[in-house]
Design a protein around this ligand. Structure first.
Ligand SMILES: [Zn+2]
Length: 297
């Protein structure tokens, strides 16, 4: 669950084509990458259940979602990342725009200093007691765009943020599962729908809040679905009936628009794009975005 900073919008400034991202690959660092920030959903009352259900992914194959406290992984799409979160009882985390300011070590509770470690370029929180460095990395949100009899399955959120608004079933990928498995699991959790992933449909990066969405096209294995605990309704919508005025997140708006554009002229393609919030717009306006570097194939 999410809320917060939604980046949203409506304009799509790009077109298919190629672009090259200039970036450097860095060697994996120690195993201390930061742990999850609890998405904005952090402020939401959540059940204390652990994700310990087994889900079938493919016939003859099953996997078990990792058992992790909800603090780390609830379904939460592009909400905010500027929310506070607590990594441990001793870790005080404050957000500072793109990154959080970590005041205390999550491992030993010692105070941190913020400096650029040797050989690096960005300031990091470094524990003054144990010396560990706190790295914060983007999170992946996975979900399914389920096509059934020329309709799309949407879920109405029964949790904050974006309570009462519609979304594709999606949520944070868990440790121990693939993106497709995570999308399948989230669909089961939010819509009690057993689906088979067909193909990847979109990867949408949202750098502002440190999230990447990976959405798969999927089919219902059985024509059964019903609201899970995080949903108040699940419903199939024909293209003309999709509630665009009541969508929860910009990522969902972009995904659905791209899909409808594709099927209008043929088959769905694969899309990559960067959702950037338009400067000066409200964080809660899901249409205040631009879709940059859009590529499709
Ligand atoms: Zn420490």
């Amino acid at each position: 669950m999410l809320k917060a900073i939604q980046i949203l919008g409506s304009s799509s400034s790009s077109s298919s084509g190629c672009f090259f991202l200039h970036h450097r690959l860095k060697k994996p660092r120690s195993s201390f990458s930061l742990i999850s920030r609890k998405p904005i959903e952090a402020s939401i009352p959540e059940s204390s259940k652990l994700h310990n259900l087994a889900f079938r992914f493919r016939k003859g194959c099953s996997f078990r979602a990792f058992q992790m406290p909800n603090t780390n992984s609830e379904s939460t799409p592009d909400g905010d990342s500027l929310s506070s979160s607590s990594l441990t009882s001793t870790a005080a985390v404050q957000t500072t725009g793109f990154t959080k300011k970590v005041s205390f070590c999550q491992w030993c509770g010692g105070p941190t200093k913020h400096e650029i470690p040797d050989g690096e370029e960005k300031p990091r929180a470094i524990c003054t007691k144990c010396g560990k460095i706190f790295y914060e990395n983007p999170k992946m949100v996975v979900g399914c765009l389920i096509e059934h009899e020329n309709k799309i399955l949407l879920c109405k959120r029964n949790i904050q943020p974006s309570y009462g608004l519609w979304t594709l079933p999606a949520g944070y990928l868990e440790i121990g599962e693939s993106a497709a498995e995570g999308a399948t699991r989230e669909t089961w959790e939010e819509a009690n729908a057993d689906v088979e992933v067909q193909s990847p449909f979109a990867q949408l990066d949202i750098p502002l809040i440190g999230q990447t969405y990976v959405i798969f096209l999927a089919k219902l294995k059985r024509p059964d679905f019903s609201p899970g605990p995080e949903s108040s309704e699940c419903q199939l919508f024909a293209a003309e009936d999709i509630p665009f005025d009541s969508l929860a997140f910009s990522s969902m708006l972009v995904t659905l628009k791209l899909y409808l554009e594709d099927i209008k002229v043929g088959r769905p393609k694969f899309h990559y794009g960067i959702i950037n919030k338009r400067p000066g717009t409200s964080p809660s306006d899901i249409r205040a975005y631009t879709l940059d570097h859009h590529m499709k194939c």
